[in-house]
Write a new protein. Structure first.
Length: 285
């Protein structure tokens, strides 16, 4: 036993209010409680952690690395609002959620292999979702990054999936089922092809350049929001998501063209008034 090293560890634990801990032979510590290092002005973690049974919160610092962080966490792990450019050193097993938002990450390499709840990587500089979890029991937030594709994202998300404020031109590679809301608003999408097949909550695709309902989910449990897209002018004619499949079957919308006889057939079939034209489209009589 190295009493000098042990004393140093005891001193650091006392400084940061870490009480219930065990020193391991390699100089790391196991903590049977929460570790709260929020807003301490840290540029690196003050000691080497192994397992933390509760929450681990090192957010609001100036960390550029997670080296020295715990290998496993019994509840949530928070490292948002730092200056991280890599997730090297992140725990590989987390029973709760993983929060790495508001950093300078360009990649998710090093992120946990196993998480029990949500994954939050918004407000970074990510160009890829490679290395993200394959499935998430909770929310997955990757909004406000530099993503042009959803390749590498989880294929199943039980909570909300948020990818708004990116540079997406396609939804290919994204989740196939979402148990909460799905938001892909404020991107550069021209189509919904590749998007989820089932969304239990609301579906948001506002502020894009979407022209047709091709690729829209087979099922949306709540509301469909498509404002500030060309298709809003078609949506306003019927506003009933259960009728979208019929509209697609009639093949009335072909990119920027609308075959008016087919659109009016659709409107008549669902008990709506026929129209002469639709704003924003080349209406073919």
């Amino acid at each position: 036993m190295n009493y000098s090293i042990d004393k140093e560890i005891h001193d650091v634990c006392r400084e940061y209010g870490i009480m219930d801990y065990t020193i391991n032979i390699d100089g790391s510590i196991d903590v049977d409680d929460d570790v709260f290092l929020y807003n301490k002005g840290l540029t690196k973690l003050p000691m080497k952690f192994n397992h933390v049974s509760g929450n681990f919160n090192c957010s609001g610092n100036n960390l550029t690395t997670l080296l020295g962080g715990p290998k496993s966490v019994g509840y949530h792990f928070y490292c948002q609002h730092n200056k991280l450019t890599t997730l090297e050193g992140a725990p590989q097993s987390i029973f709760g959620s993983f929060w790495c938002s508001d950093n300078q990450l360009t990649s998710l390499e090093g992120s946990p292999k196993s998480i029990g709840s949500g994954f939050y990587c918004s407000d970074n500089k990510l160009t890829s979702l490679e290395f993200s979890p394959k499935s998430v029991v909770g929310n997955f937030n990757c909004h406000n990054n530099n993503l042009t594709t959803l390749e590498g994202s989880p294929q199943s998300v039980s909570g909300n999936f948020s990818c708004y404020y990116n540079k997406l031109t396609t939804l290919e590679g994204g989740p196939k089922s979402v148990g909460g809301n799905f938001s892909c608003s404020y991107n550069k999408l021209t189509t919904l092809l590749g998007g989820p097949k089932s969304v239990v909550g609301d579906f948001y695709c506002k502020n894009n350049e979407i022209l047709t309902f091709d690729g829209a989910p087979n099922h949306i449990g709540r509301d469909f929001y498509c404002g500030d897209n060309p298709i809003i002018n078609i949506w306003k004619l019927f506003k009933d998501y259960s009728k979208v499949e019929l509209l697609n079957d009639l093949d009335a919308i072909r990119d920027g063209d609308i075959l008016m006889d087919r659109l009016n057939t659709f409107l008549s079939m669902i008990g709506r008034y026929e129209v002469l034209s639709v704003k924003g489209y080349n209406c073919i009589i």
